[in-house]
Write a protein that binds this ligand. Structure first.
Ligand code: PEP
Ligand code: MN
Length: 382
C-alpha cells in the first residue's frame, strides 16, 4: 500500500501518550462510559464505575450522529461539561466524538482525546481538521470500510500534521443479522501488520448486545488489541441510546476483573482497579457482619440441641448448676487462650444457660399438659 506513507509500518510501533496514559504500550487501556451523555449524575456514576474497573478513559457522546434525524442528537455543550467534570472527579481522561468543524472547535480544548465515528471515517474535510490539532484521535473503522480505506483515512490525519492516531475496530456491516455488525477481529492483526498505529477494539457497536461483550473483549485482547472501548450505562434500561449493548456497571467491573489473565497470556498487562482493601472501614464492617451472622446461626443450632436435651430430662433436673459451672470455666479458659476478655464470657453464658433452661422448662410443661389433656379425654371417653 504505497500511499500509507505515514500510517504504514515503521521499524517501531507507535504509542500515544496522553497525561500519563500510554495507548499502544504494554498496558491494555480500558475506555468506558455511556453511548450518549445524558445528565451530570449519569456521568458521575459512569466515571466512578470506570475508575473502579481500572479504566483510564471516560467516554460519552455529546454530538450523536444518528441514523434517524428524529433520534436524540446529543446534549452538546451542556453534555460536554458533564463529561469533563465527571472525568475530573475520578482523575480519568475523557473522549468524545466530533462530527464537524463547530463540534471540533467546541471540544478541542476541553477533551483529552477526540473520536471520529464510523459514519465520518471518510469525511475527508473532518479528517484534515483533525490533522491540524494537537490531540490524539480515535479513528473508528467505517461501517463498510476496507482496512485499506481505514488506514488511508488515518493517513489523512497524519499527513495533515497530527501523528497521534488510534485505530478502532468497531464491527463492519455483513449479511449476518444476529449481531448489529460483525466484529472483524482479524482486522486487528492486519492493521498492525500494515501500520505502526495502535489499534483498539469497540465490541459494543459490533455486537449490539451486551451478552457478547465480555467474550469479544477477551478475544480482542488475545488478538493483540491495545485497548477496549466499551459502552456502559448506570441504568441501561433507561439509556437514550444503545442501551441494549451497554453493560451494567457490575458487569463492566466484573469483566475488567477478568481481563488481567487474558492480557498476561499475550504478554500484556491489565490491572483491574477494584483492589479489595481488607482494612477499609467498609470491609472491616462487612467482616463483622459475617461473624455476627455466624454467631446467630450457631446460637440457633445450639437451641435446636437444647430442645432435644429437654426431651431426655426430668422437669426437676432441667437446671444443672454443676454442669453450668464446669462449662463456664472451660469457656473462660478457652477465651483466655484466644485473648477474649473473660468478663464477656462471664456475662454472655449465664444468659445463654438461663434462656435455654427456661426454654426447656416451658417445653416440658407444655408436653406434660398435652399428656394430661389426652389422658383426661381418654378416660372421659371410656
Ligand atoms: C459511538 O462510539 O458512540 C459510536 C457512535 O460509534 P460508531 O461510530 O462506531 O458507530
Ligand atoms: Mn453508541
Amino acid at each position: 500500500m504505497k500511499d500509507l506513507k505515514l500510517a504504514g509500518l515503521k521499524a517501531e510501533r507507535s504509542s500515544i501518550e496522553v497525561k500519563g496514559v500510554t495507548i499502544g504500550g504494554k498496558e491494555i487501556i480500558l475506555i468506558g462510559g455511556p453511548c450518549a451523555v445524558e445528565s451530570s449524575i449519569q456521568m458521575s456514576q459512569s466515571a466512578e464505575t470506570v475508575k473502579k474497573a481500572g479504566g483510564k478513559i471516560l467516554r460519552g457522546g455529546v454530538f450523536k450522529p444518528r441514523t434517524s434525524p428524529y433520534s436524540f442528537q446529543g446534549l452538546g455543550r451542556e453534555g460536554l461539561n458533564y463529561l469533563v467534570q465527571a472525568a475530573k472527579e475520578q482523575d480519568l481522561l475523557c473522549v468524545t466524538e466530533v462530527i464537524d468543524a463547530p463540534s471540533l472547535e467546541l471540544v478541542v480544548d476541553e477533551i483529552d482525546i477526540i473520536q471520529i465515528g464510523a459514519r465520518n471515517m471518510q469525511n475527508f474535510e473532518l479528517l484534515k481538521m483533525a490533522g491540524k490539532i494537537n490531540k490524539p484521535i480515535i479513528l473508528k473503522r467505517g461501517l463498510s470500510a476496507t482496512i485499506e480505506e481505514w488506514l488511508l483515512a488515518a493517513e489523512y490525519i497524519l499527513s495533515a500534521g497530527n501523528p497521534q492516531v488510534i485505530l478502532c475496530e468497531r464491527g463492519i456491516r455483513t449479511y449476518e443479522p444476529s449481531t448489529r455488525n460483525t466484529l472483524d477481529l482479524s482486522a486487528v492483526g492486519v492493521a498492525k501488520e500494515l501500520s505502526h498505529l495502535p489499534v483498539i477494539v469497540d465490541p459494543s457497536h459490533a455486537a449490539g448486545r451486551r451478552d457478547l461483550i465480555a467474550s469479544l473483549s477477551k478475544a480482542a485482547i488475545a488478538c493483540g488489541a491495545d485497548g477496549l472501548l466499551i459502552e456502559m450505562h448506570p441504568n441501561p434500561a433507561e439509556a437514550v441510546s444503545d442501551g441494549a449493548q451497554s453493560l451494567h456497571p457490575e458487569q463492566f467491573i466484573q469483566l475488567a476483573g477478568e481481563l488481567g489473565v487474558v492480557a498476561e497470556s499475550v504478554k500484556r498487562i491489565f490491572a483491574c482497579g477494584e483492589t479489595k482493601d481488607e482494612e477499609s472501614l467498609e470491609s472491616l464492617r462487612n467482616q463483622i457482619d459475617d461473624i455476627d451472622q455466624t454467631i446467630i446461626e450457631c446460637l440457633a443450632a445450639r437451641m435446636q440441641i437444647v430442645k432435644k436435651v429437654a426431651d431426655q430430662k426430668r422437669l426437676d433436673r432441667v437446671k444443672d448448676t454443676a454442669r453450668e459451672r464446669e462449662v463456664l470455666q472451660r469457656l473462660i479458659n478457652l477465651g483466655n487462650e484466644l485473648e477474649l476478655p473473660s468478663e464477656l464470657v462471664k456475662k454472655i453464658y449465664p444468659v445463654i444457660f438461663e434462656v435455654a433452661v427456661q426454654f426447656q422448662i416451658k417445653r416440658k410443661l407444655v408436653k406434660e399438659k398435652d399428656l394430661d389433656l389426652s389422658l383426661i379425654s381418654h378416660l372421659g371417653s371410656k
